[in-house]
Design a protein around this ligand. Structure first.
Ligand code: ZN
Length: 215
């Protein structure tokens, strides 16, 4: 009889534990849902990118395949943002919507403009938007990029290579990943990547380029 009671008590205790466990799991699930909802509200749908859970898989270089001036306006990040808005490529950061699919735009005079934030997935290469997209303004099927534009691109790629530990093989031209001529026959992506890799070795922890290298 005593044995029987003991075993019943044991079973009751085990049932209690299962109940507590189930309640805990439900509570954690609820808290998790609330947390995800909060992060989504604050930081947009790709919050996990922003938190650095997902790191970019490389760099993809594009050209705008346009003249420098289109309909009387110099092509830049703002103009491209408007073009991409028409494509419905927008993504919210929680504070503002970025339509531009690229993370950086490099102008013919060497100015580097920010597109969408680096943490945000791109909208520039179907199936490879986990990479950082850089767009050089111009049509490089027809002519070469300016020296200033090329140097700025190398510097930008070097900074990103240093930051994310990209290798030369993780710097792509759009044409390496899709059936396109982009970024044009006059852009040698491998040469840019190799020069950037050399430069990246001279970039210090603050992103500044150390002098020297030439002796
Ligand atoms: Zn492209």
């Amino acid at each position: 009889m005593a044995r029987y009671r003991q075993s019943r008590q044991h079973n009751a205790a085990a049932g209690g534990e299962t109940g507590v466990l189930a309640a805990t799991v439900l509570l954690l699930a609820a808290l998790g849902t609330i947390a995800v909802g909060g992060l989504q509200m604050r930081w947009g749908p790709a919050w996990y990118y922003r938190l650095g859970v997902v790191r970019p898989a490389g760099i993809v270089i594009h050209h705008s395949a346009t003249d420098e001036v289109v309909k009387g306006r110099h092509v830049n990040a703002q103009v491209i943002d408007r073009w991409h808005a028409d494509q419905g490529w927008g993504m919210s950061s929680g504070q503002r919507v970025y339509h531009i699919g690229y993370h950086y735009v490099v102008l013919p005079d060497g100015t580097i403009q920010q597109g969408r934030p680096e943490w945000m997935p791109g909208a520039h290469t179907a199936g490879h938007n986990n990479t950082i997209g850089i767009c050089l303004v111009g049509n490089f099927e027809r002519r070469r990029p300016s020296r200033a534009q090329l140097q700025a691109t190398i510097k930008l790629v070097a900074r990103l290579m240093k930051k994310y530990h990209f290798t030369v093989n993780e710097v792509y031209g759009h044409r390496d990943l899709a059936a396109t001529a982009c970024p044009g026959r006059y852009v040698d992506v491998k040469a840019i990547a190799r020069q950037a890799a050399k430069l990246a070795k001279r970039i210090d922890g603050n992103g500044a380029v150390r002098r020297g290298g030439r002796r």
